[in-house]
Design a protein around this ligand. Sequence first.
Ligand SMILES: Nc1ncnc2c1ncn2[C@@H]1O[C@H](COP(=O)(O)OP(=O)(O)O)[C@@H](O)[C@H]1O
Ligand SMILES: CC(C)(COP(=O)(O)O)[C@@H](O)C(=O)NCCC(=O)O
Length: 307
Amino acid sequence: MKEQMNYYRFSRDQWKRFYRNGHVPLTAENLHEIKAFNDQISLEDVREIYLPVTHLLQAKFEHYLSWRAAESSFLQQKNKQSPFIIGVSGSVAVGKSTTARLLEILFKYLYPNRRTQLITTDGFLYSNAELKKMQLMERKGFPESYNMPRLIEFLNDVKSGQPLAKAPMYSHQTYDVVPNRFDVITHPDILIIEGINVLQLPTNQHIYISDFTDFSVYVDADADLIETWYLERFKALMKTAFQDPLNYFYPWAIGDPEAAIKMAKGVWHDVDLKNLNDYILPTRNRADLILHKVAHHLIDAVYFRKY
Ligand SMILES: Nc1ncnc2c1ncn2[C@@H]1O[C@H](COP(=O)(O)OP(=O)(O)O)[C@@H](O)[C@H]1O
Ligand SMILES: CC(C)(COP(=O)(O)O)[C@@H](O)C(=O)NCCC(=O)O
């Protein structure tokens, strides 16, 4: 990634120094829990990259709470609870879910008495049946494949302090939205929203997802590297989740492995890479923080937005 004038660039060595030791006390048990959720995560990355990120987010969150109180006092209104919303974006397979989950875990350690919840935007995709009807099945993940008005309404409910808001669920098992299944969001203090479209500006809306987020993170890497992660994940799933006869990819898991890899490469090139270049990458410079990854998901630099 080239230097950008509106970002500070910090090398890994510079970034790790921003964390004051002991600020987020991680015990051996905590680290064990992180490893249990993804044993590929480097604990060095957790300490050197994610702990300073959490430290920064903590400062932002506390500033947000005091600003909300000051605003309510100015408007002579009751201080209504409204969650601090963190958006996590980036390409398919760059590691958004992993980053979002890690931030969720770290926030829970930091604020055990506060409610942190995580949702993904993929539940707001139109169902496969609807996508087929609109001839958008090959455009899954592109802006027009999401029900944006529904997502905006959901965020508006959450941000305005509704006691309960329901986010539809997506299943990677069925490769489709799950009918009548929801993630129930109940008055969180912190909401993490993860998805490829979190920083996008839809053309036909007057209000965007980013209007609801208080901080945003973009996970970045070269497209060639992301392709290898996409294919590695596909190969790992071929041996595990795809072996289930109910899985959408089951026919590929029991067929010719080379044909399956060829198909996955085609999907990456024709759908996800195109989406990255045309719609996701152009949103990168709206993020407050960019985590730049190199081989093995190692973060070599962090970009922090100046203005
Ligand atoms: N920090 C990390 N260290 C090691 N592997 C990772 C890391 N982040 C993601 N991965 C792996 O990369 C692949 C894509 O990550 P995932 O979080 O599923 O991506 P996304 O949500 O962006 O599609 C998965 O196989 C995941 O296990
Ligand atoms: C459902 C998704 C759009 C969401 O991406 P994610 O948030 O999982 O990175 C993506 O996983 C997807 O299915 N893309 C369509 C092409 C493909 O099968 O990769």
